[in-house]
Design a binder for this molecule. Structure first.
Ligand SMILES: *Cc1c(COP(=O)(O)O)cnc(C)c1O
Length: 318
């Protein structure tokens, strides 16, 4: 690793029995995948099962949140405040984590027409004690564009998606320590890019990090360049963001994507969500099919979670 493990922050978490008991502090497991396409092209694909870490908290969201929790608790803050859309995995995870650690929390949700019963994700969040506030789209844009400052110093403000420096630091700790020796490539879906940045920064240059953007447009790549420069990523650390697999944009799906998710699940037993992990694995398969990944490669795919949000698509579809 290029950065020292954040032992001091981890130590703080280890002192909290409720977190130890929750299983959230365990290392995620790696499983190998057997899928005919990969076998045919001699590409080994293993999966880092962040989705299996905890039954409620979505995979990567825990890693983005954990040091923010430490920060709030150490500073004697009483409330966590953050932002998200009605189906936000981040707000859902935040509500649960706050309840677990005894902090209060507020969720500012985009869409003043909504209420807490709008969907099961918001119902969960409210049940766990999150105070939900529904704001107009323009107000939401204003609040999330600049640096939102709470009037009360006891309120810890966490940006949309949990994307801040502590979030990146947390994501630097999500890979098993031997990833650099065991794999040539690491693949993952990219929303804000926080998880991707942490993963790239944590790995040696021998590993190529491949992100699949779930948002339409080329700007995520430019933003990532800038972000990694700020974090002083050592030169020659290979990474790439694929920007052609968003299927129409964030939260949009295509018929080929949905049939891929169903077929892949039947074949391998691995459940994928259509917003993040489905798009990323669809991209990986497409790149294998196009022989863009050399035979003999060892690939680690990060299953970032997100399966609690699948309910939304089942509702829409059914
Ligand atoms: C939020 C989320 C992501 C995106 O993570 P970023 O750090 O925002 O790029 C990926 N997968 C799942 C399942 C998520 O919930």
């Amino acid at each position: 690793m290029f950065f020292p493990p954040h032992s001091d922050l981890e130590h703080f978490l280890q002192q909290m029995p409720v977190l130890v008991d929750s299983g959230l502090l365990q290392s995620p497991i790696v499983e190998s995948l057997s899928y005919p396409l990969f076998v045919a092209h001699d590409v080994q694909v293993d999966v880092l099962r962040l989705d299996r870490l905890h039954p409620v908290i979505s995979g990567n969201k825990w890693f983005k949140l954990k040091y923010n929790l430490v920060h709030a608790l150490r500073n004697g803050q009483h409330t966590l405040l953050s932002f998200g859309g009605a189906w936000s995995n981040h707000l859902h995870a935040l509500a649960f984590a706050a309840q677990l650690t005894g902090l209060k929390c507020r969720g500012l949700v985009r869409g003043e027409e909504l209420d807490a019963n709008a969907n099961p994700m918001l119902q969960d969040a409210q049940r766990w004690g999150m105070q939900l506030e529904f704001v107009t789209r323009s107000r939401y844009r204003d609040m999330t564009r600049g640096e939102f400052v709470a009037d009360d110093p006891g309120v810890c403000v966490i940006p949309e998606g949990g994307d801040n420096a502590l979030g990146v630091l947390g994501c630097m700790s999500l890979l098993p320590a031997d990833t650099g020796e065991l794999f040539d490539q690491v693949w993952l879906p990219v929303g804000t890019g926080c998880t991707f940045a942490g993963v790239r920064l944590a790995l040696p240059p021998s590993v190529r990090v491949q992100g699949v953007s779930v948002l339409a447009g080329e700007w995520p790549r430019q933003q990532m360049e800038q972000r990694l420069r700020q974090w002083r990523l050592p030169a020659g650390s290979p990474w790439h963001l694929l920007t052609d697999y968003h299927q129409g944009g964030y939260g949009r799906v295509s018929a080929p994507l949905l049939s891929f998710i169903a077929e892949f699940g039947d074949n391998t037993g691995l459940q994928l969500d259509p917003v993040y992990t489905g798009k990323a694995l669809f991209a990986l398969c497409d790149q294998v099919r196009q022989k863009k990944i050399p035979a003999g490669s060892r690939v680690l795919f990060i299953h970032t979670g997100g399966l609690q949000g699948v309910r939304g698509f089942q509702n829409v579809a059914g």
